[in-house]
Design a protein around this ligand. Structure first.
Ligand code: IDP
Ligand code: MG
Length: 167
């Protein structure tokens, strides 16, 4: 099995509801290593860059507001990099599919996520979908210095967060 790195972002809806610890406990059961972790105040530019593939979707504006914490009055997220065998697929499986009501009931989204009565999708966390996304996203959210080891060999990069987040 190949060792991989994957990005997890515990979203403002989970922070607000006090679910970050439960998310971490479930992910710890996968026996992956945490090679990076930090609190991030997400600005609009980071939000747009992170979700740029969804620019044309009707929910894009709401999604930008959600990840910035503007819908939950909780303007920070926890960003983590997990490392280990088949990390990307295993974290995705534990996460469950996008819509909380369609997700496997035992997954994080299926058990902890919800659609609010006002129609906001609270799906708890982001998890990288595949190797291309994982590399792009980790390089956007973290610098090599912030990780215990560099998952991408000797390559160096400048984190997008430093450029885009208003601290
Ligand atoms: P994923 O997070 O399961 O990979 P994507 O399709 O990449 O799902 O969408 C990214 C995020 O956009 C979702 O996690 C969710 O927060 C939001 N999103 C996706 N589809 C909808 C929708 O139909 N309505 C509202 N928000 C959505
Ligand atoms: Mg996705």
């Amino acid at each position: 099995m190949t060792d991989e790195a994957t990005l997890v972002v515990i979203k403002p809806d989970a922070i607000k509801r006090g679910l970050a610890g439960r998310v971490l406990s479930r992910l710890e059961e996968l026996r992956l290593e945490i090679i990076g972790a930090k609190v991030v105040r997400v600005g609009r530019e980071l939000a747009e860059e992170h979700y740029k593939a969804l620019r044309e979707r009707p929910f894009f504006e709401e999604l930008l507001e959600l990840i910035q914490g503007n819908l939950h009055d909780t303007r920070y997220v926890l960003a983590l990099v997990f490392w280990g065998p088949e990390a990307i697929a295993r974290v995705r499986q534990a996460t469950g599919s996008t819509h909380p009501e369609k997700a496997d009931p035992l997954s994080l989204r299926g058990s902890l996520g919800r659609m609010t009565t006002t129609g906001v999708m609270e799906n708890i966390l982001h998890a990288s979908a595949d190797a291309i996304d994982a590399e792009r996203e980790i390089k956007l959210w973290f610098t090599p210095q912030e990780l215990l080891h560099n998952p991408f060999g000797s390559q160096h990069w400048e984190s997008g967060v430093r450029r885009t987040v208003q601290r």
